[in-house]
Design a protein around this ligand. Structure first.
Ligand SMILES: Cc1ncc(COP(=O)(O)O)c(C=O)c1O
Length: 401
């Protein structure tokens, strides 16, 4: 965590972030906060430049779908633009309840509540489940919101090596005893940068042996894996063994917001105990309507999920043939490891100039030696677009790495 000192209205910070930003801007490679002026599908427009979009989380291509846009317009006409309060008080509308009911059926859980963002799911649920007497076991690559949730809980946080089940087992055995102490294991369902699928079946087995609860964050697996895209627990057919399934609407479900699903009692408890749920205004009607419309589309039709996987498998095949270092890529998030931050920025910039957008991911998002281009697919890409992008990436990687 960077420490910031504020003195005489000047910011000086010990982590050197501002210095790095200034250097990157001076080098012309600064890649952040570029404004998009279109929908983000297979292509997107930055300023007036149209590029192939291989950097969104719009896995099913539903953001920009006219059916969802229509549902949003109707919701705004009926409910206005804001619920102006917390779910707890005046901020619940019937659309929230419809979405929660349909999510419950989709995820096969007894209870669901929805939050204003996925970040707030993790930062609100984890501290409500674990406190200073408890232990939380997290994968070292878990999302920042899970880490913040742990911090806010005051529980003892035990990191295990990425997807290393022997390490998790040892840490479960060495930390905490059964009884009044809660042991909670929290994992991403698909890891947001490396794109691999959590070994949730093995995690739930270990949890049983060590009397631990399991929470999975399906931010990147909803729409992508499991029956009709219902996520990682469904993918492994172990929904009953996972205590809490969380996720976001900001990726496959073409909206913003998030959810947590679990047993009726647990969800009833969270709806009265989760601070980010209670002390924050509820999801706006527009976002609720968008998530509901997207959910209805994917529940009734898995053709987008099938197309997404055709594209994913094709891209992985081409990248392997081109000799790119893509680690254990097994999902629509494909990490192309460059392993040096500067080169990662440089290749991302040159790709953009050639009409291909990918996300450069560098430390502290990943370790410096794991700096990568995050290449992500949607169901909307064509084979030709995928071929063009990978040809360009391979040329630049061969030249600069
Ligand atoms: C694994 C994971 N969890 C949670 C979030 C936060 O979701 P939201 O964008 O809805 O706040 C993200 C978003 O990047 C994520 O990747």
């Amino acid at each position: 965590m960077e420490q910031v000192l504020l003195k005489n209205n000047k910011v000086s910070e010990r982590g050197g972030i501002l210095d790095q930003v200034k250097k990157l801007k001076a080098s012309g490679l600064y890649p952040y906060f570029n404004a998009v002026s279109s929908t983000q599908g297979a292509t997107a427009v930055f300023g007036d430049k149209e590029v192939l979009m291989f950097g969104s989380n719009n896995y099913l291509g539903l953001s920009g779908d006219p059916r969802i846009q229509e549902a949003v317009k109707k919701a705004v006409d009926k409910y206005g633009t804001s619920c102006t309060g917390s779910r707890f008080l005046n901020g619940t509308i019937d659309l929230h309840l419809e979405l929660e009911n349909e999510l419950k059926e989709f995820l096969n859980k007894e209870g669901v509540i929805i939050f204003p963002t996925g970040f707030q799911v993790n930062s609100g649920v984890i501290p409500a489940v674990a406190d200073k007497n408890d232990f939380i076991f997290i994968d070292e690559l878990d999302h920042a919101s899970i880490i913040d949730g742990c911090r806010m809980s005051f529980a003892r946080r035990v990191k295990f090596r990425h997807s290393d089940m022997a390490d998790l087992e040892q840490k479960l055995a060495n930390n905490g005893v059964s009884g009044d102490i809660t042991k909670l294991i929290v994992t991403d369902g698909i890891f947001s940068m490396d794109g691999d699928i959590a070994q949730l079946d093995k995690i739930t087995n270990l949890a049983k042996q060590h009397d631990a609860m399991v929470m999975v964050d399906c931010a990147h697996s909803i729409g992508v894996i499991g029956k009709n895209g219902s996520g990682t627990a469904s993918h492994f057919n172990i929904t009953d063994e996972v205590d809490l399934i969380g996720g976001t609407f900001s990726k496959s479900l073409a909206s913003v917001g998030g959810f947590i699903a679990g047993s009726a009692d647990l969800i009833e408890y969270l709806s009265h105990a989760s601070r980010s749920y209670i002390f924050s205004a509820s999801l706006p009607p527009s976002s609720t309507a968008a998530a509901l419309a997207a959910l209805r589309i994917i529940r009734n039709d898995n053709s987008l999920q099938i197309k997404l996987w055709e594209n994913t498998n094709y891209a992985i095949q081409l990248m392997n043939e081109a000799g790119l270092d893509i680690g254990n890529a097994e999902s629509p998030i494909i990490p192309i490891y460059i392993r040096n931050s500067f080169t990662t920025f440089k290749i991302a910039k040159l790709l953009f100039d050639n009409g291909v957008y990918v996300n450069p991911v560098v430390a502290p998002g990943v370790k410096e030696t794991d700096a990568l281009l995050r290449f992500s697919l949607t169901a909307l890409h064509t084979k030709q677009q995928i071929e063009y992008a990978i040809e360009n990436i391979a040329k630049l990687v061969n030249k600069y790495c």
